[in-house]
Design a protein around this ligand. Structure first.
Ligand code: F6R
Length: 676
C-alpha cells in the first residue's frame, strides 16, 4: 500500500514537473503515422458519437504535410470500417490569395485529393476560403465565413499544423489574439517553405485568407500536429515558452482542450529530451550521461576535465556525481569516449589495436559505397572523409541516388544545349536528326514550355548537367569513372519539388548496387529533418534495401555510417566517428564543391540560408572542430562527423536511433519504491 502511494505520488510529482515546463499536453510518438492514427481515431469517435445523437459535427481542417496521414487514416476508416461523413461539416483554415481552386497548389484541390474525393461528405458541407474573390469583396466574405462557423454552432475539433514562423493557419508573427478570418501577408520564411509546391519562387503568392487566432481558439478541441526535426525549434518555443504574438502558436497554451502530437524528430528540442535532468526524469545510460556532460560543459563554458562537483550540482546533475562517486570519474569517462570518436582512419587503421576505434581494422582494404541523395551531398557533407578513404586505398564507390535535375536553372541547360549546337555546326558533320532534337530542347528551355511532355527532355538535360558536375567532384576526390554510379531513382522524377512516395523500383536499385559491391562500409545521408524530403526518402530506401539483403553473409558486416546533410551536424553526444580535416584537405574539399557549378552562387532552392554550399560546409566543419576543442579535446582545423546505425538483425527492427524512448518516470519510481 505504502509503495503504491509513494509511486503514484512520484508520478504525479513528475507530471507536475513536466507540465511546469510544457505548457500544453504533449504526446511524443515513435512515428508520425502512430500519432496521426491516434488523432484520426479520436475524430472518428467524435463523428460516430454525434451520429448516434443524430447531430452534425463541425471539423476545422488544415492542409500541408502535417495532417496528410490523418486524412489517409480517415479515408481508410471510411472504406474499411463504414465511417460515414454524412453528418460532418468542415471549415478549412486558409487558402492562398489569389488562387484558382483547380490550381495544383490550391487548398481546394489538396482537400479533394487527400480527403473529400474519397469519403461521403456532402459537398454543401465543405467550406474553404475562396482564393478567387475580387479584393474589394474579401472583407465581407471573411465576415460571412465567421458567421457561418457560428451558425453551425462553432468548430468542435480543429486540426492544426505549425509553420516554422510559429504560425497556425496563416496567422504569422504579430497576429493578434482577437484576430478573426481575414486577408494576411505571408512571412518570407513561410513563402520559402511553400516553394516545394511551386515551380518558381515568383509564383508563390504573397497573401492568403486565413481564420484568425480567435476563430481557432473558439474551437472546442484542438489537435496540433508536428512531424520532423525541421519543426523542432519552433515547437519547443510553442510548447515551452511564454505566450507572445511573435509566436502565434503560443496562444494555444491558453486553450482548455488542446493536445500536441509530435514524432521524435519534432520533439527533439523539448526540455524532456534536450535536458531531461532539469525536469528530474532521467533513465541514465551512457548516451544520456554523455549528452548531459557535453551540455554542462557548454553551459558553464569549461572543458570537460575541469567540471567540478559544484558545476554538476548547480545545474540539476547532482544525481550523476552521487551515482559515480565524483565529478572526476564521470569527466574522465566521457572525455575518453569522445576522444575515441576521433579518427583519421575512417576505413579503419590497419595493424592497430581497434578496440576503442570507431572502425574495424580488417579487412584493411574495404569496399565502400557512399550514397549521395543529390549529386553534391557527397562532397558537401563528407568531402574530406571521401578523399581519405580513397587515399587510404579502399575501393570506394559513390552512388548518386537522384538526378537532382530540378535544381538546375534554365540558363545552365541553355548553355549546354547551345554548346552542342555550336559543336555540331563547327564539326559540319551529318547531325541533322540530333540537331533538330537539340534545337527543340533549346526552344523548350527558352520558352519555359514546362507543361509539355517534352519538358521531360529539359529535365534530362538538366540531370546530365549535374552528372557532369558530380563526376568532376568525385574525380577530384580521386575516384575512377567506373566507381561512379548514377541511380536516377524514379521517386524523384516528378519534375516538381514534391516527390512521389518511395516505390519498389527505387528500393531494388539500391539492393542491386549493394549486391554487386557487397560493401563493408556504407555511408548515407542521415537527415530526418523533413520526413517528406528527398534525403529522408533516400535513407528510407537504404533501410529497406538493408532489410532485404539482411540474410546475406556480407550484409551484416556492411556497417552503415550516417552523415548529416547540408543543414545540420550531429550533436556531439551522437557522434561515433569524427574525422579531422587538415587545412589542405579542406581546400580540396572546397574545390570539389566548386565543381558543382550549377549550384554555385544561387541555386534554385537555396533554403533559408543565404550562404553558398561550400561556405555552409566549411562553417559547419570548423564549428564542429571548435566544439571538440571547447570540450577540451585536440584542436583541428575542421571535422566531419558520422553516427553509426545499428540494425537489430534479430527483430528485424531498423532504427536503433529512432528507438529513443520518451522519458518515463521509471528509474525515479523504482528508487522511490525501493526506499519505501
Ligand atoms: C495549412 C496551414 C498552415 C500549415 C503549416 C504547416 O492549412 O494553415 O498553418 O499547417 O504551414 O505546414 P506543413 O504541415 O506543410 O509543414
Amino acid at each position: 500500500m505504502k509503495t503504491e502511494n509513494s509511486s503514484s505520488l512520484m508520478r504525479n510529482f513528475l507530471k507536475y514537473q513536466l507540465r511546469s515546463v510544457e505548457k500544453m499536453p504533449t504526446t511524443v510518438w515513435p512515428k508520425a503515422t502512430d500519432g496521426s492514427v491516434h488523432v484520426a481515431k479520436s475524430i472518428a469517435l467524435a463523428i460516430r458519437q454525434r451520429q448516434q445523437e443524430n447531430k452534425h459535427i463541425v471539423l476545422g481542417l488544415a492542409t500541408g504535410s502535417s495532417p496528410i496521414q490523418v486524412y489517409r487514416e480517415l479515408v481508410r476508416m471510411h472504406k474499411e470500417e463504414d465511417l460515414s461523413f454524412k453528418n460532418v461539416i468542415t471549415f478549412n483554415l486558409d487558402e492562398y490569395y489569389p488562387m484558382p481552386p483547380n490550381a495544383r497548389q490550391s487548398y481546394v484541390r489538396f482537400m479533394n485529393e487527400h480527403l473529400f474525393d474519397h469519403i461521403d461528405i456532402q459537398k454543401k458541407n465543405i467550406h474553404i476560403p475562396d482564393g478567387t474573390l475580387e479584393m474589394d469583396d474579401v472583407e465581407s466574405y471573411c465576415e460571412e465565413y465567421e458567421r457561418k462557423i457560428k451558425y453551425f454552432g462553432g468548430i468542435d475539433i480543429q486540426l492544426l499544423g505549425i509553420g516554422r514562423t510559429g504560425h497556425i493557419g496563416f496567422n504569422e508573427p504579430g497576429s493578434w489574439e482577437t484576430s478573426v478570418t481575414r486577408m494576411v501577408r505571408l512571412d518570407a520564411l513561410t513563402r520559402r517553405d511553400a516553394a516545394k509546391d511551386f515551380d518558381r519562387e515568383e509564383d508563390i503568392p504573397y497573401r492568403a485568407i486565413t481564420m484568425g487566432i480567435q476563430t481557432i481558439m473558439e474551437a472546442r478541441k484542438i489537435f496540433l500536429l508536428g512531424w520532423g526535426q525541421h519543426k523542432a525549434a519552433i515547437l519547443q518555443k510553442a510548447v515551452e515558452e511564454e505566450i507572445t504574438p511573435n509566436i502565434p502558436s503560443t496562444f494555444l497554451q491558453k486553450h482548455k482542450d488542446v493536445s500536441v502530437h509530435l514524432d521524435y524528430g519534432a520533439a527533439e528540442l523539448l526540455t524532456r529530451f534536450e535536458a531531461p535532468w532539469l525536469i528530474g526524469i532521467c533513465n541514465w545510460d551512457e548516451d544520456l550521461i554523455c549528452k548531459a556532460v557535453t551540455w554542462l560543459s557548454r553551459k558553464v563554458q569549461k572543458p570537460i576535465l575541469k567540471l567540478t562537483t559544484e558545476d554538476y550540482a548547480e545545474n540539476g546533475l547532482s544525481d550523476l556525481t552521487i551515482e559515480h562517486a565524483s565529478a572526476y570519474n564521470i569527466n574522465i569517462r566521457i572525455f575518453n569516449r569522445l576522444q575515441h570518436t576521433i579518427s583519421g582512419w575512417p576505413g579503419g587503421k590497419p595493424n592497430a589495436d581497434d578496440t576503442t576505434r570507431p572502425e574495424r581494422k580488417t579487412p584493411s582494404k574495404k569496399r565502400v559505397i557512399i550514397f549521395s541523395p543529390h549529386p553534391d551531398d557527397d562532397v558537401i557533407s563528407m568531402g574530406g572523409t571521401f578523399q581519405r578513404l580513397v587515399e587510404q586505398g579502399h575501393e570506394v564507390h559513390v552512388a548518386y541516388q537522384t538526378s537532382g535535375n530540378i535544381a538546375v536553372h534554365d540558363h545552365h541547360a541553355r548553355h549546354f544545349l547551345e554548346f552542342c549546337i555550336e559543336l555540331m555546326d563547327a564539326e559540319k558533320g551529318d547531325y541533322k536528326e540530333l540537331d533538330t532534337r537539340v534545337r527543340q530542347m533549346l526552344k523548350q528551355v527558352i520558352t519555359k514550355d514546362t507543361n509539355s511532355v517534352a519538358a521531360q527532355e529539359t529535365r534530362l538535360v538538366k540531370g546530365l548537367v549535374r552528372r557532369g558536375e558530380a563526376r568532376a567532384g568525385a574525380r577530384l576526390c580521386g575516384l575512377e569513372d567506373e566507381q561512379i554510379h548514377f541511380l536516377d531513382m524514379p521517386f524523384y522524377e516528378t519534375g516538381r519539388t514534391r516527390k512521389k512516395p518511395l516505390g519498389e523500383k527505387d528500393i531494388q536499385i539500391i539492393v542491386d548496387l549493394m549486391e554487386k559491391i557487397k560493401p563493408h562500409q556504407v555511408y548515407a545521408a542521415g537527415d530526418l529533418a523533413d520526413p517528406h524530403g528527398t534525403h529522408a526518402t533516400c535513407l528510407d530506401a537504404i533501410f529497406q534495401a538493408y532489410d532485404r539483403v539482411k540474410s546475406k553473409d556480407w550484409a551484416q558486416d556492411a556497417w552503415l555510417w550516417l552523415y548529416r546533410g547540408a543543414w545540420h551536424e550531429w550533436p556531439v553526444h551522437e557522434i561515433e566517428m569524427a574525422v579531422p580535416i587538415s587545412p589542405v584537405e579542406l581546400l580540396k574539399k572546397r574545390d570539389a564543391i566548386f565543381m558543382h557549378q550549377s549550384q554555385k552562387d544561387r541555386p534554385p532552392f537555396p533554403g533559408n540560408d543565404s550562404r553558398e554550399f561550400w561556405q555552409r560546409a566549411e562553417d559547419r566543419n570548423k564549428h564542429l572542430a571548435n566544439q571538440y576543442r571547447a570540450l577540451g579535446l585536440a584542436e583541428y582545423e575542421a571535422m566531419e562527423a558520422f553516427s553509426r546505425w545499428k540494425f537489430d538483425w534479430q527483430t528485424g527492427e531498423k532504427p536503433a536511433k529512432a528507438k529513443k524512448a520518451a522519458p518515463e518516470p521509471n528509474s525515479k519510481e523504482k528508487k522511490a519504491k525501493a526506499k519505501a
